[in-house]
Design a binder for this molecule. Structure first.
Ligand SMILES: [Zn+2]
Length: 264
């Protein structure tokens, strides 16, 4: 009897190990390795962050995109996911966390690409077509939705401070501690949480007083402030630094940009 129980236990342990190993191999086999040449051309042409990296930095960036593609599915809803969309989504995922070598968006399984803006009930043809992206909750817990038009605008229009995809990935980073509240604890020490909240409130007050060029959508709440400030920080870093020195310095630390040796 004892032998039988031991045998069954041994078989069960073996099965669990076997399934774990197979699962890991299967996950790895989804790696797109290496990125095709035309992806690299699209990156170089449209993604300034990548364009400004040196060669070793570019290689790291590409590797991080491959990892992202291995873990997150990108699905078009009533639209095709073209190569450019695939490249821009991967780039938007990597840019904010480029300096965190082991970063993984553990809560994200799928990005749904919609052709255009959508309303809260996902109707794409109503009057309130103002949402250009969202991080899902409830049944859509592990899903991000992006508008193709806003995704492309964020990278192809170089003049403004908006980037809808980086906005949503900032929410995703913020969400990793369980709360989308503008305080991304994954990026902050205990002491800097307090400093960040103080600086956030001061900046939001300046925005209310009309003394800031940060998009007023950031006044919706602190989560939106963090997402809007992140768009500006990554899209127009020189201007952001010039206009918001303290905020820039704090965000540079949060995103670990300061120690970055990959960028020239
Ligand atoms: Zn938002």
């Amino acid at each position: 009897m004892l032998i039988t129980i031991l045998q069954i236990t041994a078989v069960l342990i073996f099965l669990v190990l076997f399934i774990t190993i197979v699962f890991k191999i299967t996950r790895k086999s989804h790696f797109v390795d290496p990125l095709p040449d035309h992806f690299l051309n699209l990156l170089d042409e449209h993604v300034d962050f990548y364009h400004q990296l040196d060669e070793p930095g570019k290689k790291i960036f590409e590797k991080r995109m491959q990892q992202f593609y291995a873990e997150v599915r990108i699905t078009g809803i009533k639209t095709d996911v073209e190569d450019l969309d695939q490249v821009l989504i991967g780039a938007a995922a990597v840019i904010p966390v480029f300096d965190f070598k082991e970063w993984e968006y553990t809560d994200l399984h799928e990005v749904l690409l919609y052709p255009d803006a959508f309303s809260r009930d996902f109707d794409q043809s109503g009057y309130h077509r103002t949402i250009t992206g969202m991080v899902g909750s409830g049944p859509l817990q592990n899903v991000m939705i992006l508008s193709k038009q806003a995704l492309r605008h964020g990278f192809l229009n170089k003049e403004d401070k908006s980037n809808a995809a980086i906005h949503e990935f900032a929410h995703m980073i913020d969400k990793m501690d369980g709360a989308v509240d503008g305080v991304p604890q994954a990026l902050l020490s205990k002491q800097s949480v307090i400093d960040w909240q103080k600086l956030m409130r001061e900046t939001m007050q300046a925005m209310r007083n009309g003394e800031s060029d940060i998009d007023l959508y950031g006044l919706t709440n602190e989560a939106e402030f963090f997402a809007v400030a992140s768009e500006y920080f990554f899209k127009q870093p020189e201007l952001f630094q010039q206009k918001h020195l303290e905020l820039y310095a704090m965000m540079e630390q949060m995103f670990a940009r300061k120690e970055n040796s990959n960028e020239q």
